[in-house]
Design a protein around this ligand. Structure first.
Ligand code: AMP
Length: 388
């Protein structure tokens, strides 16, 4: 539904998806005086626990989706793998921001990379993989090493593998189990950065400072800001994000994950049409958080300042921390540094690799902020008892 009038505090925001991104979005929306309804197949969800209403239903139950959409003033999402049919059904009834087209492009790697390449944005060379023969030809054309990924439903390195030799191709292709894949030339990157940016219906745009991201076992581990890259490269990253949000006519927030190559170029890796794990430090370190910015952007309010008040760092807390601590992490030890902020997502079941929360610290320098969050996280797990 097209309606350009602003959606003012007091109105109701509907969120498709109910994980931690939805939870922090709901908290920001409620702070601004909005009501929040969430919709997902999961009961007792992180977002549902802080929402005014939690609807538990399948994304493909389109009658329920329409019913949900009738009860809200705008629908957004915190999870891009919501089926296209879901956003189409919601859009019959109310505003959906960003719209279904943005979702369609960004939820499939081949479509996403094709959009980027055609728009003149820098991406690594890639090929669609629909047969083993395609993979043989792609590796011949683009070279080895490279990365084979499933085209859909991949996250945190799931559904992807590095190809290091031609001998590995049959086994690598088998991993796709008949699903469509993408083969990408390997990017010899020096670091990974991200730009979280927002755009409103009238075209105004604001990006957060560039975040620098380090991963552990393919999962984001520590983010810090500002990224340790030259100013000209940071401006280039921001301009790329601006171009991408404009080309997609995003109304809302979108994250651009990028590589910085060893020879100082930026290559776009992935888009996420939503807030991002790397943007969590904005809650404690920026004038406006990424979640408040998403609310402002989808509701047609002026965008808030993205100024970073001081260097900052964020470390993820995975279920591993609970398991390694033997059940309950040493919260008091982590918080003994009064500058540490703790964010937990209300998830009951800690599993290895599951994102349960995060810590944020600010500091005089990026290095001191990183050191503080790393040390605080280390204190969550008591050292093993020394043998006699
Ligand atoms: P993705 O799921 O596309 O975000 O990829 C997960 C991680 O795999 C990235 O954060 C990189 O560390 C690595 N990676 C993905 N694609 C490539 C590539 N083409 N070249 C080198 N490393 C990659």
């Amino acid at each position: 539904m097209a309606d350009s009038s602003p959606i003012l505090p007091g109105a109701t925001i509907g969120i498709l998806g109910s994980g931690q991104l939805g939870r922090m979005l709901a908290i920001a929306a409620r702070t601004l005086g909005y009501r929040v309804h969430v919709y997902s197949p999961d009961a007792d969800s992180p977002a549902g626990a802080v929402a005014d209403r939690e609807v538990v239903a399948s994304y493909l139950d389109l009658d329920q989706v329409r019913e949900f959409a009738r009860g809200v003033d705008v629908v957004t999402f915190e999870f891009e793998n919501v089926p296209s049919a879901t956003s189409v059904a919601a859009a019959e009834v109310t505003r959906v921001r960003p719209d279904g087209h943005v979702l369609h492009v960004t939820q499939q790697r081949l479509r996403e990379k094709t959009f980027l390449r055609e728009g003149g944005f820098p991406v690594t060379p890639f090929r669609a993989i629909r047969s083993e023969e395609d993979l043989i030809q792609a590796t011949a054309a683009l070279g080895i090493p490279g990365v084979l990924k499933t085209a859909s439903f991949g996250y945190d390195g799931k559904g992807q593998q590095m190809i290091r030799s031609g001998d590995a191709l049959p086994e690598a292709y088998a991993m796709l189990r008949g699903a469509e894949g993408i083969y990408e030339a390997f990017v010899d990157f020096e670091k990974e950065v991200s730009v979280v940016a927002a755009r409103t219906l009238d075209g105004s745009f604001k990006a957060f400072p560039v975040f620098e991201n380090t991963h552990h076992h393919h999962i984001l581990d520590v983010t810090f800001a500002p990224a340790a890259i030259p100013g000209a490269l940071a401006r280039e990253a921001e301009e790329l994000a601006r171009g991408i949000l404009e080309a997609l006519k995003v109304v809302g927030l979108l994250t651009v994950e990028m590589f910085v190559t060893r020879d100082g170029r930026i290559v776009v890796n992935e888009l996420a049409p939503r807030t991002h794990n790397s943007g969590h430090l904005t809650i404690d370190a920026c004038v406006t958080s990424q979640f408040e910015q998403q609310v402002r952007a989808i509701c047609g309010l002026p965008l808030g300042s993205t100024e970073l008040r001081s260097p900052a760092a964020m470390s993820n807390l995975l279920g591993d921390v609970w398991i390694d601590a033997g059940g309950v992490p040493e919260w008091g030890a982590a918080l003994s540094d009064p500058g540490i902020r703790l964010h937990l997502y209300g998830k009951a079941d800690p599993r290895r690799g599951r994102k349960m929360g995060h810590l944020t610290a600010t500091g005089e320098t990026v290095a001191s902020a990183v050191e503080r969050v790393r040390q605080a996280r280390a204190r969550l797990v008591p050292p093993p008892l020394k043998p006699f």
